[in-house]
Write a protein that binds this ligand. Structure first.
Ligand SMILES: [Zn+2]
Length: 158
């Protein structure tokens, strides 16, 4: 960190604090050359929100789990790995752009459905019809793993 007064490249950190909002770090610094003091604020990098399930429990967002659910919905469908990757990235971007520390699992489910709808109609219907009956994406993935594809199609009631 360069001194704003004399442009000296080295400054000493006197004190470090996290803001009350928890989104920035405040550092009190002293220039080693001119001895002037100043404060810098560093934004903490955006983090994925915690996912809040219907029963109120919380879970860290896990890309691998989300990917597994999407792959299951797209099972045997003609969708490229690149298209799936792009959809995942859009879902993550959307989650980040909400700027919330916590997001309801329902909201995540809606984001997934929106992307699936663009990717593949069959996968969308599969996901939408089954997902709505379950608590969250994780549970949906578990159930899909257990039941046969034929049964999956019948399960949907809209
Ligand atoms: Zn200085």
């Amino acid at each position: 960190m360069r001194c704003p007064f004399c442009q000296h490249p080295d400054t000493q950190v006197l004190d470090t604090r996290i803001s009350e909002e928890g989104d920035s770090i405040r550092r009190r610094r002293r220039c080693e050359n001119c001895d002037k003091r100043f404060t810098t604020y560093e934004r903490i990098e955006l983090a994925m929100p915690t996912i809040v399930k219907k029963n109120g429990s919380r879970a860290e967002f896990e890309r691998s789990k989300l990917q597994a659910s999407i792959m299951l919905a797209l099972r045997k469908r003609p969708v490229s790995a690149e298209a799936i990757e792009a959809a995942l990235a859009r879902i993550e971007e959307k989650l980040l752009s909400l700027g919330a520390r916590e997001v309801a699992s329902d909201r995540l489910g809606e984001l997934v459905m929106r992307e699936l709808r663009k990717l593949d109609k069959i996968a969308y219907v599969r996901f939408a019809s089954v997902y709505r009956n379950f608590e969250d994406v994780d549970e949906f993935a578990e159930v899909l793993r257990e039941i046969r594809p034929r049964k999956t199609a019948r399960r949907g009631e809209g």
